[in-house]
Design a protein around this ligand. Structure first.
Ligand code: AMP
Ligand code: ZN
Length: 469
């Protein structure tokens, strides 16, 4: 069975197929964080859903080429830098770093690249795209040097969100103190510099200014992945206007005027007591808040993963408690299997469960079904172990199966590996050099030094294996 996903554009389940000339490669663009604060776990619900998608597609043999942008210039980042009295770059740097630490804590696969909106290469792409839009009549410059997208020039505007914008079509010129736009819904491609922007700004054909948020994603997505992207994800709040605007910009500026995205996938919100978890609502937890309360990354991952991505997920502490129990069950089962498997050789896959976990996920990432397959396998094989009926070979087969399952779920404890500090990396490199030079005394000393940092080295036939104590 092919992998099927729900496409927001067509409002239907569709078989996910690569383009004919792309072999088994699928390109995936995921809207990334705005680095003005620590991402909250609502944001991470979106990133965990995208991670599950990528991991499952990889398990099904696709090559996933994923790009995630970093929004490091917008109203919020500028405001934050101004309030802190530091430069934009100084303000966003610690939040970028924290984001990547959180990515590691939640065992999220890294994207191939993380383009940043302030990168001069990206800014140049944005300016070029805006220029093309103006040349083709899809954009216009306002008196203050801001540039707007003319939505009246793109009849398809609204096709993703399925909204009717008739009321905002031509003839509806608006006079506003704030904007100098032809129509209310026209959105900014380029925002001319204002004193509150301080040192933030780039020169452009329309004077000093900065890009609008939507053009940032369009330019980075098309620049890195080409005019047509296979899959584009985000949370449902991104559908309108952000993704609608991305479509308008890319489809109007492209050379081939090809569809910008083939499959749009959006996850429902993480909720707290009936409301969307959001920074503005003040009802949010960051990952760090939860770690401080004694929860760990895999428990948070389990909670965010465990409900189908298109269903709202209500976040509670009880949910985290249930995740802890479920993971303890998996760990206990895994430990028992290891014991039963002993040192037996040969791998035999268990009969029933082998494919079902994957075929269940093929159905629009049916995670509850897939977890049910996993826990049914646990229950069934625990029972066989209770009766002493599971052979070492079967235990080995189940361990191999669980390894495959974890390439998708990433729930095993060793994924919580601590980031290796630079000095530990240096000691490991020095020890590798010492061993190559057969300086055994130095090698032993370096091993002891590593132990003082809490890192244990084992020498294997493939070289040093280092683990946090
Ligand atoms: P932002 O940093 O606000 O641009 O959001 C980054 C990503 O998180 C986007 O894909 C949003 O749609 C998503 N997001 C924000 N809040 C939530 C939430 N409560 N639940 C799920 N996804 C969210
Ligand atoms: Zn985006």
């Amino acid at each position: 069975m092919a992998v099927r996903v729900y496409n927001t554009l067509t409002r239907s389940l569709e078989a996910l197929e690569p383009r004919v000339d792309q072999g088994s490669t699928l390109s995936l663009y995921t809207c990334g964080p705005t680095v003005y604060a620590h991402a909250h776990i609502g944001n991470f619900r979106a990133y965990v859903f995208e991670d599950l998608l990528q991991r499952h597609l990889q398990a099904r043999g696709f090559i996933v080429q994923r790009v995630m942008n970093i929004t490091d210039v917008d109203d919020k980042t500028i405001r934050g830098a101004h309030a802190a009295g530091i430069s934009l770059g100084e303000f966003t740097a610690p939040f970028k770093k924290a984001f990547f630490e959180d990515v590691a804590t939640l065992s999220l696969l890294k994207a191939e690249t993380y383009p940043e909106a302030t990168d001069p290469v990206e800014i140049a792409r944005m300016i070029a795209m805006i220029r093309t839009l103006m040349e083709r009549g899809h954009a216009y410059e306002a008196e203050d040097g801001s540039v707007y997208f003319r939505i009246a020039s793109f009849p398809d505007y609204g096709k993703l969100a399925h909204v009717n914008l008739e009321g905002q079509r031509p003839g509806q010129r608006v006079a506003s103190d704030e904007y100098d736009k032809e129509a209310v819904a026209d959105f900014a491609l380029w925002k001319s510099w204002v004193p509150e922007d301080g040192a933030v700004g780039w020169e452009s054909p329309w004077g000093r200014g900065r890009p609008g948020w939507h053009i940032e994603c369009s330019a980075m997505a098309a620049g890195r992945l080409g005019e047509t992207i296979d899959i584009h994800c985000g949370g449902v709040d991104n559908i309108f206007p952000h993704h609608e605007a991305e479509i308008a910009q890319c489809e109007c500026a492209g050379l081939r005027q090809a569809p910008f995205v083939r499959y749009w996938m959006h996850c429902a919100h993480l909720m707290v007591e009936g409301s969307k978890m959001a920074k503005s609502a003040g009802n949010f937890f960051t990952l760090r808040d939860l770690l401080e309360k004694g929860w760990c990354g895999r428990e948070v991952r389990y909670v965010l993963l465990g409900v189908h991505y298109r269903a709202a997920l209500n976040f509670t502490m009880e949910g985290l408690g249930a995740a802890r129990t479920a993971l303890a069950r998996l760990d206990g089962w895994n430990a028992r299997l290891i014991e039963v498997a002993g040192s037996s050789a040969g791998i035999e896959a268990p009969e029933a469960a082998t494919e079902e976990f994957y075929t269940t996920l093929d159905d629009d990432l049916n995670i509850s079904g897939a977890l049910a397959v996993l826990f049914e396998t646990v229950r069934e094989s625990n029972r066989r172990m209770d009766r002493g009926e599971l052979t070492p070979e079967q235990a080995r087969g189940l361990l191999a199966w669980y390894e495959g399952v974890n390439s998708v779920l990433a729930l095993e404890p060793h994924h919580e590996k601590e980031e290796m500090p630079a000095e530990v990396e240096e000691l490991i490199a020095a020890r590798a050099a010492a061993r190559t030079a057969k300086e055994w005394k130095l090698s032993d000393e370096l091993r002891d030094r590593l132990a003082t940092f809490g890192w244990i080295v084992k020498d294997t036939k493939d070289g040093q294996r280092v683990n946090k104590n």
